[in-house]
Design a protein around this ligand. Sequence first.
Ligand code: 5GP
Ligand code: MN
Length: 338
Amino acid sequence: MNTNDINSIKSLLSSPKAIVIIPHKNPDGDAIGSTLGLYHYLKKRNHRATIIAPNDYPDFLKWMPDEASILKYDANTSQCDELITNAELIFTLDFNSLSRIGQLEEPVKMANGIKIMIDHHQQPDDYAKYTYSDVKMSSTCEMVYNFIAMLDDIDKIDSDIATCLYTGIMTDTGSFRFPSTTSATHHIIGNLIEKGARNSDIHNNIYDTNSYERLQLLGRALSNLKVIPEYRTAYITLSQEELNTFNFKKGDTEGFVNYGLSLKGIIFAAIFIENHQENIIKISLRSKGNFSVNQLSRSHFEGGGHTNAAGGKSDLSLSDTIDKFISILPQYKQDLKA
Ligand code: 5GP
Ligand code: MN
């Protein structure tokens, strides 16, 4: 973000404002962590801030400080519409296109408030007055930390802010192991622990709160795992019927896709999850090295994301989606063949 933009934002934030903060649909740890981290900071600066999420999120995120104050657009539409219309500033966090916020897209497009984007996804759209976009960043949480630093307010980071930002950096880096994790990331993590983030408790809250049924669902997912060695590819399917059998709840399949990538020699992993309610197959894609799942998803599955982690969808049946997936692999033989 350039100095002019930062100075403009500093002056905007110099008096109390009505502010709305928005994460992407189906928010993950980074989306909730970054919006809550920014929320606590703005509250501390005496702004009237509200987080409006497009929809609900998994229970394993429902312990973060003030998480209960987050409004869900699909459940509180008229209250949210009023807040959006009256907002002087609208922060949009952890997404690169207004198409990623579902039903919120129209009201946010129509809103007069000044928009500020903070995001690390590739190919950001140009809808915000101020855009802080950096695809090299591990997480939007790391960027919110930098944003607070650019505003000369590191000393305002308290244990609530630190806890939220730590959480999103941890989840988006796969616990500090993806290549996006830099020494700067670790320095920030160290600072956040000093400011009061209880790292071991945070890990426990996110990763060690499984239900028995979720572990059984993981067992099914792993027994459905298929490997295509000649393309160094592995994929998992879960049908709606299987999800129902294990009493699926939002977030239960989080991280399953990574198991494919943990196989020796595999550099491309996918999971296909049938969703009868939305009438789609939701797809998560992961890769190692230079193979861009962002590009593959943009070209074939109406999605996008990052080089090594992207999402998308398919309107075909589960089995037709798999056929399509297998049929496009030869297009990527240069990257995928051993
Ligand atoms: P996940 O597979 O965990 O849902 O998402 C992986 C990454 O891709 C995340 O950064 C997420 O924000 C992004 N992503 C997930 N689904 C979509 C999608 O449908 N479209 C786009 N553009 N990005 C997505
Ligand atoms: Mn993120």
